[in-house]
Design a protein around this ligand. Structure first.
Ligand code: RTP
Ligand code: MG
Length: 139
């Protein structure tokens, strides 16, 4: 059953550049309700756990180093059709291919430093949200 929730993180480059506020504004303007939000920093090992699905990919180690290089802002979001609509809002992984008006088109610098994460399925949204937030941190 669809959960109508997704999980996102504003990545280190966008937090460092002071783009968090603009990105959160775009997320709310697109109709997503913030269920949980915090600012935190994870270790390379924690990033490795979070991105375990990419373990065999050539970019895995660089990705985990990058994701632990500075503070991030994880959030759980709620909206009808949340996972698919949010992927549309953030745009393609490579900002060079991201459509105009998407978060990555506006704020991503490269394939790695691409400003924001979005879950790719309802199942992963639940797993990823639980990685950062307990039940009592979700409203
Ligand atoms: P995300 O999980 O962060 O929302 O991104 P995504 O679904 O669009 O892309 P995914 O394939 O899940 O890859 C996760 C993150 O790994 C980095 N990446 N680098 N150098 C590369 O070829 C490469 N490919 C992926 C990106 O930061 C991507 O967001
Ligand atoms: Mg992904």
């Amino acid at each position: 059953m669809p959960t109508n929730k997704t999980f996102t993180m504003i990545k280190p480059d966008a937090v460092k550049d002071g783009n968090s506020g603009s990105i959160i504004q775009m997320i709310e303007a697109a109709g997503f309700r913030i269920v949980a939000l915090k600012k935190t920093q994870i270790s390379q090992q924690q990033a490795g756990q979070f991105y375990a699905v990419h373990e065999e990919r050539p970019f895995y180690e660089a990705l985990c180093k990058y994701m632990s290089s500075g503070p991030i802002i994880p959030m759980i979001l709620e909206k009808e059709n949340a996972v698919a609509d949010f992927r549309k809002l953030i745009g393609a992984t490579n900002p060079a291919n991201a459509e105009d008006g998407t978060i990555r088109k506006l704020f991503a610098k490269s394939m790695e430093a691409n400003a924001i994460h979005g879950s790719d399925s309802d199942e992963n949204a639940t797993i990823e949200g639980s990685f950062f937030f307990s039940g009592t941190e979700q409203y």
